[in-house]
Design a protein around this ligand. Structure first.
Ligand code: GRF
Length: 197
């Protein structure tokens, strides 16, 4: 039996709705992990509020720094807080290899499509859903995957799909997929923790 919950850091740039759902799940007794740190890419974002409400320590990256220095800041925080797993939730920058290595490759991301479709550079936010609608798809979904050097290309950990109703807008579709993200992300983290530790 594990003697302690695995320590997770969430890194994000947005509203923090996935972080909120991950934090809620982590607080259940049966969950295998705890959220020990939240790293925000800039000040003033919703993610910070969600972490503060849950009394989770927050570190805000210095936006005046270049990407190498930001990576060094992330690595330092990960080490100081003895983080085991990094979870990206709406983090838009590419994660440096050095960061991935600090947690031995145990980095997860969620993407709002059924990867490998509608992933890769430039495919984020509303653009993903617009592309899905433009292609006339009848289903879409969300994917949790391992983060590697290349955008949205690591091994898929979990996928779930939703149907696309006729006449739906990209914003409505984004909302439907986001609800699905909230359901699968915490479960996928537990699944990986079980495998990795
Ligand atoms: C989600 O749609 C996720 O798929 C993408 O960024 C968004 C983050 O939203 N990677 P939130 O900050 O968790 O609300």
């Amino acid at each position: 039996m594990r003697s302690r919950k695995v320590r997770v850091a969430i890194i994000g740039s947005g509203k923090g709705s996935n972080a909120e759902s991950i934090i809620r799940h982590a607080n259940y007794e049966h969950s295998l992990f705890q959220v020990s740190l939240v790293i925000a890419s800039k000040p003033g974002i919703g993610l910070i509020k969600k972490a503060e409400l849950a009394s989770i320590p927050v570190f805000v990256l210095d936006t005046s720094l270049g990407s190498m220095d930001k990576s060094a800041q992330i690595c330092q925080q990960v080490k100081e807080n003895t983080i085991d797993v990094i979870v990206l939730a709406g983090y838009l920058s590419r994660l440096d290899d050095a960061v991935i290595e600090t947690v031995n490759g145990r980095v997860l991301n969620i993407h709002p499509s059924l990867l490998p479709m509608y992933g890769g550079v430039g495919m984020y936010g509303k653009r993903v859903h617009e592309a899905v609608l433009a292609a006339g798809e009848t289903t879409t979904g969300a994917t949790v995957h391992i983060v590697t050097h290349d955008y949205d290309e690591g091994a898929i950990v979990m996928q779930a799909s939703v149907t696309i109703d006729e006449g739906v807008t990209a914003v409505q579709l984004a909302d439907k997929v986001l609800k699905l993200e909230h359901e699968i992300y915490p479960v996928a983290i537990d699944k990986c923790v079980k495998l990795w530790f």
